[in-house]
Design a binder for this molecule. Structure first.
Ligand code: NAD
Ligand code: ZN
Ligand code: ZN
Length: 344
C-alpha cells in the first residue's frame, strides 16, 4: 500500500513525541501491514520515551505495543491471513524460534527477541508492520478498543499470576492498581483467587473494590505489610505492577510462608535496586520471580478471557494528538484504568 500516515515519533530520548507525516511502511517477507484502530498507552512506553531502561529504544522511536487493527497488506510467504482480518500486536514483536528458550516454550526470554514500539516501530501510528507469526487473531466483531489493553496489560498480568502458582481460593496481593493492576485484579478473580489490592491512590483502590478485591490498603496511609499480615495472615502470592521500588520490597513481606511474588513492574534507572531480607526468604521458603510479558499461548489464553467477558479494561479513548498530555498524566499517576489512542 502506498501513501502517507500520521505517527507519534521521538527522534531523541527525553524529548516529547511529535506528530509527523511519514510513508506507510511496506511489508517484507513474513510481515503483515496493519491499519491501526486502537493502541493502549502502557507505562513501558513512558519508560521508553524517558530513557529509563538500558538498553534504550531504537531511535527514531514510534511507541505503542497494545495494538488492535486490521490487516491492510500481506508480505511474501505469509499464510493464513486475509485483508481485513482483525489482529492484535503485543510487546513481543518476534522471537528467534531456535534458541534453547524458544524451544522450551519460553520465548519471552529469547535473547534475540524484538520488541514492538521499542526495537521496532509500534502502534502510535495509523499503520504499522508486524511479524505474522506473533500477532493475536481476533474475531471480526471484537471491540478493538476494549481488547487493546489485553495485548500487554492483560497478557502480562495473566502470565505473572500463573507464575505464582497460586490456586483457586487462595489470596493474591495485587500491588499497583494502574493500567496493569486493575486488569490483574480481574484475571486473579476469574482464576478463582481472592484479591488484596495495594496502591497509593484511593480512587484506584475504589476501582479495585468495584472489580472484586476483598481487601484494600493505601500504602501512603498505612503499612501494607502489617495490614496484610494482620488481617489475612499474609497472601499466598503477589504480583507487583507498581512503578516504585518500595512496593517490590514490601511485596515480599506481604507473603505467607512458601509464598511467591512475581515482579512485573520495571521502574528502571535509580529505582531498579531493592533491599530484601535474606533470612525472610530463606527461613520462610519464599520465591521471588520475574515475569516478562507473555508467550503466544499466554496471549491467546488472555485474549480468550476478555472475549468471554471475564476481564474488561476500564478504558478512556483519546486522539493521537493528546499523547504528550497523556504521558504527563501517567508520570503524575493520574490515570485510572487505561488510556487508549483512537487511530481510526
Ligand atoms: P501505571 O502507571 O498505569 O500504574 C502504576 C500504578 O502503580 C499506579 O496506579 C500507581 O498509583 C501505583 N503505585 C505507585 N507507587 C506505588 C506504591 N508505592 N505502592 C503501590 N502502588 C504504587 O503503569 P502500568 O502501565 O500499569 O505499568 C506498570 C509497570 O509495569 C511499568 O513499570 C511498566 O513498564 C511495567 N510493565 C512490565 C511488563 C513486563 O512484561 N514485565 C509489561 C508491561 C508493563
Ligand atoms: Zn506494556
Ligand atoms: Zn529464541
Amino acid at each position: 500500500m502506498q501513501g502517507k500516515m500520521k505517527a507519534a515519533i521521538q527522534r531523541k530520548t527525553g524529548t516529547p513525541l511529535k506528530i509527523e507525516t511519514l510513508p506507510i511502511p511496506q511489508p517484507g517477507p513474513g510481515d503483515i501491514l496493519i491499519k491501526v484502530t486502537a493502541c493502549g498507552v502502557c507505562h513501558s512506553d513512558l519508560h521508553a520515551i524517558d530513557g529509563d531502561w538500558n538498553p534504550g529504544p531504537v531511535l527514531p522511536l514510534i511507541p505503542g505495543h497494545e495494538v488492535a487493527g486490521h490487516v491492510a497488506a500481506i508480505g511474501a510467504g505469509v499464510k493464513g491471513f486475509r485483508l481485513g482480518d482483525a489482529v492484535g500486536v503485543p510487546w513481543m514483536y518476534s522471537a528467534c524460534g531456535q534458541c534453547e528458550f524458544c524451544q522450551a516454550g519460553m520465548e519471552t526470554i529469547c535473547k534475540a527477541a524484538e520488541a514492538t514500539g521499542y526495537s521496532k516501530p509500534g502502534g502510535y501510528a495509523e499503520f504499522m508492520l508486524a511479524d505474522a507469526a506473533f500477532v493475536a487473531r481476533l474475531p471480526k466483531k471484537a471491540d478493538l478498543y476494549a481488547i487493546a489493553p489485553i495485548l500487554c496489560a492483560g497478557v502480562t498480568t495473566y502470565r505473572g499470576l500463573k507464575r505464582t502458582k497460586v490456586r483457586p481460593g487462595q489470596w493474591m496481593a495485587v500491588v499497583g492498581i494502574g493500567g496493569l493492576g486493575h486488569i490483574a485484579v480481574q484475571y486473579a478473580i476469574a482464576m478463582g483467587m481472592r484479591v488484596a489490592a495495594v496502591d497509593v491512590d484511593d480512587e484506584k483502590l475504589k476501582l479495585a473494590k468495584k472489580l472484586g478485591a476483598e481487601f484494600t490498603v493505601n500504602a501512603r496511609k498505612a503499612d501494607p505489610v502489617a495490614a496484610i499480615q494482620e488481617k489475612l495472615g499474609g497472601t499466598h502470592g503477589a504480583v507487583v505492577t507498581a512503578v516504585a521500588t518500595q512496593a517490590f520490597e514490601q511485596a515480599i513481606g506481604m507473603l505467607r510462608p512458601a509464598g511467591t511474588v512475581a515482579y512485573i513492574g520495571l521502574p528502571g534507572g535509580k529505582a531498579d535496586q531493592i533491599r530484601a531480607s535474606i533470612s525472610a526468604i530463606t527461613n520462610w521458603e519464599l520465591t521471588v520471580t520475574g515475569s516478562n510479558v507473555g508467550t503466544r499461548l499466554d496471549l491467546n489464553e488472555a485474549v480468550a478471557f476478555a472475549l468471554n467477558g471475564l476481564v474488561k479494561a476500564k478504558i478512556q479513548k483519546a486522539p493521537l494528538s493528546q499523547i504528550n498530555r497523556i504521558m504527563n498524566d501517567m508520570r503524575k499517576g493520574r490515570i485510572v484504568g487505561r488510556m487508549v489512542l483512537d487511530l481510526a
